[in-house]
Ligand binder design. Structure first.
Ligand SMILES: Cc1cc2nc3c(=O)[nH]c(=O)nc-3n(C[C@H](O)[C@H](O)[C@H](O)COP(=O)(O)OP(=O)(O)OC[C@H]3O[C@@H](n4cnc5c(N)ncnc54)[C@H](O)[C@@H]3O)c2cc1C
Length: 589
C-alpha cells in the first residue's frame, strides 16, 4: 500500500453546501484541498428540495426576530440562542449573497425572490402586536423544489473560481490529532486503494449527516456519519446525539423525501377516514406544525388504527395534493410530483401520496462555537486547528428539533464563518505542526484486517440488523427498555463486525471495503445516539420518551456531551444552554 503526503494550508472534508461555502473563503495565496467520497456535485445538499429560510419579507411582513423566536421554540428551547439570533439576522445577507453568486431562485412576478410557507415558521397575526396568535408566514426562498441542487452548483462554481483543489472519491478514514492540535487527515483513494496523508494547518469537517444508521431514511447512501465517528473515535465529544429528526413525509416504505414544501403549498395529511388529522394536534398551524410534532401525530394515528392498510399489511397515511392547481404541481413541486409517480406509481393529481415518517436530519454532531471551531468540553474550549460546519456540526442552532429550511441556512451562515475563522487563523501565523510517526497505522491496520478477514459474517446483514434495530428501539417514540435492547444488540453487532469477510479483497475501486469502513462508522454513531438517548429521562423535541412523557427544564435544559475514553461504556456529561431573551415556555402550535 503506497502512502502519499500532501501539504496544504487547509483541508476540507466534504463538499456539500457547508464545505463548499467555507472553501469559497479560502483564496490564494492559501492552498485548499477539498476531499469528498463522492463527486462534489453528488453531495446530499444537492437533494435538498423545499427551500432556505430568511426573513426577507418579500411576500408579507417578516422580521429576523420572529424567525429567531420560531427557531428557539422549534428547538424546544434547547438551541443556543446567541447562535440562533446570529444565524437569523445574517440570513438576509446570506441569501442576497447567494443571489449575487448566481443562484437561480424562483421569482415573484415583480422580480423579487419568491417565498413560501414551511413548518414552524410563523408571524404574529397582527404584526403590531407581538403577542397576537402566530400564523404561518412565507419565509422559505427556493428554486422550485430543487433548492439544494441550485445552491450546490452555485457554490461549486464559486469554489472552482478560487482555485480550490478537489480530491473526488477520497474516503477519509482518520483525523490526525496530536498533543491537543489537529494536523490533518488520512484518506483512502478509492480508485487506487492507496492511503494519502493531508498535512494541514487547519482542518474543517463538513461531512453531513448519518441517516443511514436507520432503515428508513431520506438520506443518500453516503449519509453514514463518517465525520462524527472519526472524531468520536479520537476522543472528541459529540453533542446532543439523541436528537434524530424524523421527517413526517417520506414515501411509504422507501423513505424518499416528499418535501414539506408540499404542505407549504397547501397539501393536507389525511387518515383512513379522510380526516385532516393535524387539526387535532396543532389547531392553529395544522399541517405546518414542526416535524417532531407531525411525525408523532402520524405514528399516533397509525397506532390508534386510523392508518391506511396496504395489501401487504403495512400501514401509512395519505398526503393529499389533489386540490392543488396544476400550475402549483408543475411549477412549484415538479420534482416530488415525479417522485410519487416514479417510485410508487401514484399520480398526486388524483390520489393521495402514501407516506410515513423517515429519518432525515442530525440535530446533534461535533460541538462547535459560532465560528465553527470544534470545542471539546463544558467550557467550550476550542481545539487548535479544527473546525466543523453543516449537518455534522452542532452549533447548536437546531436544539432538539430543526425547522425545515434552517439547515441550508446553517450551511451558508456557519460554513462562511468557519471559512473566515480559518483565514484569520492562517493569518495569525499558524504553521504545520509535526506529524506523529505512526500517522497512518490506525487506518492501515483496519483496512488490512478487513481485507484479510477469515470470518463468515456478511457485511450487508450486519448493517441491515443495525438499521432495523435503530428503527425499532430508538425511533420516533422511545422507552428505556427498548433502548437497553439496542445497547445489547450493538454489543452483539460489534462482535459480528469483527468477523466480517469481504467478497472483494482487491485494492482498486473496492467499494465493499468502503462500505465496511462506513459500517464501523454507523456502529459508532448508533452507540453515541443510543447512550445519549438512554440517559436523557425527559421528552424534548425529537426525543420522545413514553416512560418520561414531559419536558423537564429543571433537570434537562442542557446539552449532552458523549465521549469515548477508557471506560467500557462511553462517558456522558452536560453543558448549559445559552439563553439570551427567550425563557422556555410550553410549546403549543
Ligand atoms: C432529501 C433531502 C431534502 C432536504 N431538503 C432540505 C431543504 O429543503 N432545506 C433545508 O434547509 N434542508 C434540507 N435538507 C437537509 C440539508 O439538505 C442537509 O442537512 C445539508 O444539505 C447537509 O449539508 P452538508 O454540507 O453538511 O453535507 P452534505 O451535503 O451531506 O455533504 C457531505 C459531504 O461530505 C463528504 N463525506 C462524507 N463522509 C466522507 C468521508 N469519510 N470522506 C470524504 N468525504 C466524506 C461527502 O462526499 C459530501 O461531499 C434536506 C435533506 C435531504 C436528505
Amino acid at each position: 500500500m503506497e502512502v502519499r503526503v500532501h501539504t496544504v494550508d487547509v483541508v476540507i472534508v466534504g463538499s456539500g453546501g457547508a464545505g463548499l461555502r467555507a472553501a469559497v473563503e479560502i483564496k490564494p495565496p492559501y492552498t485548499c484541498a477539498v476531499l469528498s467520497k463522492v463527486h462534489p456535485l453528488r453531495s446530499h445538499t444537492g437533494a435538498a428540495q423545499g427551500g432556505v429560510s430568511a426573513a426577507l419579507g418579500n411576500e408579507e411582513e417578516d422580521s429576523w426576530e420572529w424567525h429567531a423566536y420560531d427557531t428557539v421554540k422549534g428547538s424546544d428551547f434547547l438551541g443556543d440562542q446567541d447562535a440562533i439570533e446570529l444565524m437569523c439576522q445574517d440570513a438576509i445577507r446570506a441569501i442576497i449573497e447567494l443571489e449575487h453568486m448566481g443562484m437561480p431562485f424562483s421569482r415573484r412576478s415583480d422580480g423579487r425572490i419568491a417565498q413560501r410557507r414551511f413548518g414552524g415558521h410563523t408571524r404574529p397575526e397582527n404584526p403590531a402586536d407581538p403577542h397576537s396568535k402566530r400564523i404561518p408566514v412565507r419565509r422559505a426562498c427556493h428554486s422550485a423544489d430543487r433548492t439544494g441542487h441550485a445552491m450546490l452548483h452555485t457554490l461549486y462554481e464559486n469554489a472552482l473560481k478560487n482555485g480550490v483543489r478537489f480530491f473526488s472519491e477520497f474516503f477519509v478514514t482518520d483525523v490526525i490529532v496530536h498533543n491537543g492540535s489537529c494536523r490533518g487527515v488520512v484518506a483512502l483513494d478509492i480508485r487506487s486503494g492507496d492511503l494519502h496523508v493531508f498535512h494541514a494547518k487547519a482542518v474543517l469537517f463538513a461531512t453531513g449527516g448519518y441517516g443511514r444508521v436507520y432503515q428508513v431514511t431520506s438520506n443518500a447512501h453516503a449519509g453514514t456519519g463518517d465525520g462524527m465517528a472519526i472524531v468520536y473515535r479520537r476522543g472528541i465529544p459529540l453533542e446532543d446525539m439523541e436528537f434524530v429528526q424524523f421527517h413526517p413525509t417520506g414515501l411509504w416504505k422507501l423513505g424518499v423525501l416528499i418535501s414539506e414544501a408540499a404542505r407549504g403549498e397547501g397539501g393536507i395529511l389525511r387518515n383512513k377516514h379522510g380526516e385532516p388529522f393535524m387539526e387535532r394536534y396543532a389547531p392553529t398551524v395544522k399541517d405546518l406544525a414542526p416535524r417532531d410534532l407531525v411525525s408523532r401525530a402520524i405514528i399516533t394515528e397509525i397506532r390508534e388504527g386510523r392508518g391506511i392498510e396496504a395489501r401487504d399489511g403495512t400501514v401509512y397515511v395519505g398526503l393529499d395534493l389533489t386540490h392543488l392547481p396544476e400550475s402549483v404541481l408543475r411549477e412549484k413541486l415538479p420534482e416530488i410530483t415525479g417522485f410519487a409517480q416514479m417510485y410508487l406509481g401514484v399520480n398526486p393529481r388524483r390520489e393521495w401520496i402514501p407516506i410515513q415518517p423517515t429519518v432525515h436530519y442530525a440535530m446533534g454532531g461535533i460541538p462547535t462555537d459560532v465560528d465553527g471551531r470544534v470545542v471539546i468540553d463544558e467550557h467550550n474550549t476550542p481545539i487548535r486547528g479544527m473546525w466543523a460546519a453543516g449537518e455534522v456540526a452542532c452549533v447548536s442552532v437546531h436544539g432538539a428539533n430543526r425547522l425545515g429550511t434552517n439547515s441550508l441556512l446553517d450551511l451558508i451562515v456557519f460554513g462562511r464563518r468557519a471559512g473566515k475563522s480559518i483565514v484569520e487563523y492562517l493569518g495569525s501565523g499558524a504553521t504545520w505542526e509535526e506529524l506523529p510517526a505512526d500517522v497512518i497505522e490506525f487506518s492501515r491496520t483496519r483496512i488490512e484486517r478487513l481485507r484479510s478477514g477469515h470470518g463468515h459474517e456478511r457485511l450487508a446483514l450486519v448493517r441491515k440488523e443495525l438499521q432495523k434495530g435503530m428503527m425499532e428501539y430508538v425511533g420516533v417514540f422511545r422507552t428505556g427498555h427498548d433502548m437497553q435492547q439496542m445497547v445489547s444488540l450493538l454489543a452483539d453487532l460489534r462482535e459480528r463486525y469483527a468477523r466480517i469477510r469481504l467478497q472483494d479483497t482487491g485494492s482498486t475501486f473496492n467499494t465493499e471495503l468502503v462500505e465496511a469502513l462506513e459500517l464501523e462508522n454507523l456502529l459508532d454513531v448508533a452507540e453515541a445516539i443510543t447512550y445519549s438517548a438512554l440517559n436523557r429521562t425527559e421528552t424534548r423535541g425529537a426525543h420522545a420518551r413514553e416512560d418520561y412523557p414531559n419536558r423537564d427544564d429543571e433537570n434537562w435544559l442542557k446539552h449532552t456531551l458523549i465521549v469515548r475514553d477508557s471506560g467500557a461504556a462511553p462517558r456522558i456529561f452536560y453543558k448549559p444552554v445559552r439563553i439570551t431573551r427567550y425563557r422556555p415556555v410550553e410549546r403549543v402550535y
